[in-house]
Design a binder for this molecule. Structure first.
Ligand SMILES: Cc1cc2nc3c(=O)[nH]c(=O)nc-3n(C[C@H](O)[C@H](O)[C@H](O)COP(=O)(O)OP(=O)(O)OC[C@H]3O[C@@H](n4cnc5c(N)ncnc54)[C@H](O)[C@@H]3O)c2cc1C
Length: 391
C-alpha cells in the first residue's frame, strides 16, 4: 500500500504510525480469541484510552483532545486495517463519538459530569435509538419517558444497544409526547443521558454474525428513574439533537469499512504471493491479481470521498452528500475486498485461522448500520436528483 497515505500531512502520517505501532501489540490471535470467546477487548480499549484516541473528539475543556473528524477517522481506519477490524473499532467508537449530541446540546453540568470520564475511558457508554419496531423509521420509537415529580421514568425496549450490558451510562431516545399530540411523529421524542442502573435495566446479548468481541443487546427499561437535568437539548426535540451527529458518524464508519478492506487486501496479496499451484504463485494469475487490484482502487476511491467529507465537516461546510456517499462506497468496497480475500485464500479463506473470514463477516455490518444502503440511495435520489420521496 505504498501510496495509500500520500495526501496526508507529515504530522498525520506520524500520528498514524503511532496508532499502528500500538495496534501491532494486538495481533490476529488476540482478535480471534476475543471473537471466539465473545470477550470485550479491555486491554486494547485501555491502550487506546491511554493514548488519547478514545477522547480525541471530545473537546479539550472536558478532558478530551478536541481533535478533528479527519484525524479520528484516520485513527479508526488504522485500527481496522491492523486486523482489529470492527472488533477493535466498535469497542472504542462509541466512546469516541457516542456522546456527540451531549457535546452539542447538553448543559454544562451534564457535560462536566460525563465527558471527562468518557474521554479517559473510565466509563463505557451506549446509545439507544433502535427498537424492535423502530429502526430507520425513528418516528415509531415507543419507549416512553413519563414525568415523576420533577424527574422522569423511562419504560420500553431498545434493540441492538451496543455495549449496553456493561456500560455505565447511555444516551436514550424516548417519547415524551404521544404522536397524536405532535405535528410529526419525531417531534415528541426527547434525548436523555441515563445511568444504567441494573435494578431497572435488563440487557440480553443478541447472537449475531460477527463482531462478537463487542456485544449488542436487547434492553428492557422498567421505570428507570432519570433526573430532569439529564435531558439533552429541548424536550420533544431529541431527534433534532441526533441529526448533527449523523454525517460525522457515517464518515467514521466509512473509514472503518475502508480499513477492513485494506486489512483484507493486504492479507490476500501476501497469501497470493506465497501460495503456489501448478508451479507458480497464485498471485501471478490475473484471475486472482486483478480483483485484488480492483478492490484496492475501489477502496482508494471511497477513501477520497471519506476524506473530502471529513474535511468539509471539519471546516463547517455542508457534507451530507459526501458523508453518505463515503459510507455507501466504503461499505461496498470493504465488502468486495473481504470477499476477494476469502476467494484468494481458497479453502483456507473459510478457516478462522486466516482472519479474512472474520473481516468478511465484520464488514458486512457496515452496509446495514448505522444506516442501510437503501436509505442512502433514497437520500441521494431525493436530495441530489430531485426525485420524489418514495416513502
Ligand atoms: C451489530 C449492530 C449494532 C448496532 N448498534 C446499535 C446501537 O448501538 N444503537 C442503536 O440505536 N442501534 C444500533 N444498531 C441498529 C442499526 O442502526 C439498525 O439496524 C439500522 O439502522 C437499520 O434499522 P433496522 O434494523 O430496524 O432495519 P429496518 O428499518 O427494519 O429496515 C429493514 C430493511 O428495509 C430497508 N428499508 C426500510 N425502509 C425503507 C425505505 N423507505 N426505502 C427503502 N428501503 C427501506 C432498510 O434499508 C433495510 O434494508 C445496530 C445494529 C447492528 C446490526
Amino acid at each position: 500500500m505504498k501510496h495509500w497515505n500520500d495526501s496526508l500531512t507529515d504530522d498525520q502520517k506520524m500520528f498514524l504510525r503511532t496508532v499502528a505501532d500500538a495496534c501491532s501489540h494486538f495481533d490476529d490471535a488476540y482478535w480471534s480469541r476475543h471473537e471466539e470467546e465473545h470477550c470485550f477487548p479491555e486491554e486494547f480499549f485501555k491502550t487506546m484510552a491511554g493514548m488519547g484516541i478514545v477522547g480525541m473528539l471530545i473537546p479539550e475543556e472536558y478532558g478530551g483532545g478536541g481533535g478533528s473528524l479527519e484525524d479520528a477517522a484516520l485513527a479508526l481506519q488504522t485500527v481496522a486495517a491492523s486486523g482489529a477490524g470492527l472488533n477493535g473499532c466498535s469497542g472504542i467508537h462509541l466512546s469516541m463519538f457516542g456522546f456527540h449530541p451531549l457535546v452539542m446540546h447538553g448543559t454544562e453540568e451534564l457535560k462536566q459530569r460525563y465527558l471527562p470520564q468518557v474521554a479517559v475511558g473510565e466509563i463505557h457508554i451506549a446509545f439507544g435509538v433502535t427498537e424492535p419496531n423502530a429502526g430507520i423509521d425513528t418516528g415509531q420509537v415507543s419507549t416512553r419517558a413519563v414525568r415523576d415529580g420533577n424527574d422522569w421514568r423511562i419504560t420500553g425496549r431498545k434493540v441492538w444497544m451496543t455495549k449496553a450490558g456493561f456500560s455505565d451510562a447511555a444516551l436514550v431516545l424516548a417519547r415524551t409526547r404521544p404522536t397524536e399530540e405532535t405535528k410529526r411523529p419525531i417531534d415528541g421524542l426527547s434525548l436523555f443521558v441515563v445511568d444504567l442502573d441494573r435494578e431497572y435495566v435488563e440487557a440480553s446479548p443478541i447472537k449475531k454474525m460477527g463482531r462478537n468481541a463487542v456485544a449488542s443487546y436487547e434492553v428492557a427499561f422498567d421505570g428507570l428513574p432519570v433526573p430532569s437535568k439529564n435531558l439533552v437539548g429541548e424536550e420533544g426535540r431529541g431527534f433534532h439533537a441526533l441529526l448533527d451527529g449523523l454525517n460525522p458518524e457515517r464518515v467514521l464508519v466509512a473509514a472503518e469499512a475502508i480499513g477492513i478492506g485494506i486489512a483484507a487486501v493486504e492479507r490476500a496479496s501476501r497469501y497470493a504471493g506465497e501460495r503456489v499451484t501448478f508451479g507458480q504463485p497464485i498471485g501471478q494469475r490475473q484471475g486472482i491479481a486483478h480483483p485484488l487490484a480492483d478492490a484496492y482502487m475501489q477502496l482508494l476511491a471511497a477513501n477520497h470521498v471519506m476524506l473530502d467529507a471529513a474535511r468539509r465537516y471539519d471546516t463547517r461546510q455542508p457534507c451530507g452528500l459526501q458523508a453518505n456517499t463515503a459510507k455507501f462506497l466504503a461499505g461496498r468496497a470493504g465488502f468486495f475486498a473481504a470477499d476477494r480475500a476469502v476467494q484468494t485464500h481458497g479453502g483456507y479463506g473459510y478457516a478462522s485461522e486466516y482472519t479474512v473470514e472474520r473481516l468478511f463477516r465484520e464488514v458486512r455490518l457496515t452496509r446495514i448500520a448505522p444506516i442501510p444502503e437503501e436509505m442512502i440511495l433514497n437520500f441521494v435520489a431525493e436530495q441530489e436528483l430531485g426525485l420524489p420521496r418514495s416513502y
